[in-house]
Design a binder for this molecule. Sequence first.
Ligand SMILES: [Zn+2]
Ligand SMILES: [Zn+2]
Length: 469
Amino acid sequence: MDDLEWLLINGQEILKTSSIALNYPLCDHCLGRLFARSGYGLSNDQRGRSVRTVLALSHELLKDQKERIPLGFEDQLPIHQETSDEIDIEEKKSEDDGWNTVGTRSISTFLQGEQEGDCWLCNDVFKIRKELAGLIFERSKDQEFKTFLIGCKIDPGTNERERTVWEISNPSSAEPIKEELNREIGKIYGKLAPDKEFNRSNPEVAFLVDPLFKKVSVTIKPLFVKGRYRKFERGIPQTRWVCKSCHGKGCGRCEGKGKMYETSVEEIIGTPLMEAAKGENFKLHGKGREDIDVLTLGPGRPFILEITGPKIRSLDLDGITEVINQQGNGKAEIDGLVITSRKEVPRIKEGSSKKRYRARIAVKGDVEEQTLKYNISLLAQSPINQRTPRRVSHRRADKIRTRMVHEITTIIEDGNTAVVDLLTDGGLYIKELFHGDDGRTVPSLASLLGVEVVVDTLDVIDVLDEEET
Ligand SMILES: [Zn+2]
Ligand SMILES: [Zn+2]
């Protein structure tokens, strides 16, 4: 078989598929979409129009030969004109455009004929694609972004009708209506907003269009800001602590605040950032956490603040740092703000970096200074096995973990109190390292000395970056 024969066979196949599909009134888009995988560079309506034109020509020839065979779909041959497309409108207007006007029912009648009647498959949704793109444009006006994605919600009925046409025509090269609609609306939107860039994998905003109800919803990628914080006042939790009695509504127990504490590190950092970004909410991801009564000093603790629904993405980070530190009012302060991404969040949360602490402890018993110093130094000599402390066991699984104390130095203040500086693995419970948690931490200073040990204050001096550990 030579190339020409193959060509004719394939051509026949396309025409046959089309003529069967045209048992339903289809628009050019829905007809052409059946052959979307071939004809590079053509739009589906161009494909559909081409096939329809060939069928119209063939039908005219049949009539010329007076061998009219009832095809049943000739009413479908007239091309559905696009009212929303400039090129098509041009052609529609030219009544005398050189098309064959010979014959009882001319091709020009076929080509320019009946305009009424919606596409059975898509209800002529492509005719409103300009309007839908305009809705997106309106919806995006007060939103700062560089990259976008457009998706369409296709109603079940349309999907069902598309499957029906696919079954009848059995085309191997069809495209789902959703893909074409996304693309066609995207093309028009791209012209309305030439400074925005299409991005399939990681857009800053995603628009979801509902053509049936002519609605657009927006999903905005959260904004992530990285930095370090220091906490200078005890009694401030790291994150918001919602009142258990009222779950945030406000009640007698929380004095109407809905939360257990006046403020938190999360709020001190998050509120100014969220306001600057015109976001909806915020969440603090800290590199570990300190207890409410623990200070975080030195270079501070790394954190990432996640801002959801930001309308502004380009932030004056230096200006915001100033605002945060001013409003922090000596309770907390930050520095080193930079924009980061979501993929940094698990790194900051899961990375267990080494930490430096300063603990002020008191020994309840008669212990000589040298004995105290010696036993404290022993804590850095062997692995520390810790069962989940009782104070956190309500929110953490009960298990035993092993951590190391890498450095420990002691300054005895008087006979019974000492200041201890430590460098430890991340995740070591420091208070338990001293008081022993009723034997759940082994060894502990209490178990080594055989007396009760109390931790008066504990401060985080440094949270080492991954590279430093
Ligand atoms: Zn259609
Ligand atoms: Zn409450």
